[in-house]
Design a protein around this ligand. Structure first.
Ligand SMILES: C[S@@+](CC[C@H](N)C(=O)[O-])C[C@H]1O[C@@H](n2cnc3c(N)ncnc32)[C@H](O)[C@@H]1O
Length: 248
């Protein structure tokens, strides 16, 4: 079923909301056959929910969800990062890297030379990122870290010349509180290209956070580029914003 009305609970479309569409309730349990979808992704509320969901979803995330839903978000996010990034001999970090689609898309551009590290809450998703290889057989990710973006990260200060993220700043996942730690681990001048679900953006105070960070001189004024998320299906017309800015 496709529903073009606005969900009053901040999930965008009622199709993605358990409260608007009660038959969605308990979808995660019904999907114990690993056939997960957006309703499952948007029904999580805590890091523990995310750990549980992605542990069960990792095996089929790419083979079912990405393939069946025509998920193309990572291509737009990688392109936005590359358009703005000046390569330096310093690593970049893909936050909420999951199975590694953004890293793979970045390296599809042969001129990209920076080492890519990945961070995710889910060790199961990272196992798939670990398997990703370049055309010459090198690992796509030079290092992978288990970490919770809503907490302190076990990563050193002033390390990364770029921070990229796709599909992680969304309902029930990660909000603007993550930026304290992301600014700490980024180098001065680092490029941020952070894809944010538009409903989550409005409901979770990203605008206020960025306004305050610009006012304090912490970051440059964000520019928003909108990209396609799904190439097929009822949400093929959706365009989600990527916040692009630099750490001062
Ligand atoms: C929809 S997936 C996106 C994965 C990948 N970036 C992509 O585009 O395919 C969301 C990812 O965010 C991760 N995640 C959720 N909450 C997190 C948190 N608090 N800290 C770090 N990663 C988190 C999940 O484990 C999952 O891999």
């Amino acid at each position: 079923m496709t529903n073009n009305e606005e969900c009053p609970h901040g999930k965008g479309s009622p199709d993605w909301c358990n409260q608007c569409t009660p038959q969605n309730s308990g979808t995660s349990q019904q999907n114990s056959d690993h056939n997960f979808d957006l309703t499952d992704a948007y029904s999580v509320e805590t890091p523990e929910d995310n750990l549980d969901l992605y542990a069960r979803w990792a095996d089929t995330y790419e083979s079912s969800f990405v393939a069946d839903e025509g998920y193309v978000y990572h291509h737009g996010v990688a392109a936005a990062f590359l358009e703005n990034f000046i390569s330096r001999n310093e690593p970049i970090l893909d936050v909420g890297c999951g199975t590694g689609l953004v890293g793979e898309a970045l390296l599809a551009n042969s001129s990209f030379e920076s080492a890519i590290e990945g961070l995710d809450l889910s060790a199961e998703m990272l196992e798939y990122a670990r398997l990703k290889k370049t055309s010459t057989g090198q690992p796509v990710y030079s290092d992978l870290h288990v970490g919770d973006l809503t907490a302190t990260l076990d990563l050193p200060d002033n390390t990364y010349s770029g921070i990229v993220s796709c599909g992680t700043f969304t309902h029930g996942h990660v909000g603007p509180e993550a930026f304290d730690e992301l600014y700490r681990i980024a180098r001065p001048g680092a490029l941020f290209a952070i894809a944010i679900n538009p409903d989550h953006f409005s409901n979770q105070g990203f605008e206020t956070r960025f306004y305050s960070d610009v006012s304090s001189g912490t970051i440059t004024e964000p520019v928003y580029k909108k990209v396609q998320v799904y190439s097929t299906g009822p949400h093929a017309q959706d365009r989600f914003p990527i916040g692009i800015f630099h750490l001062n």
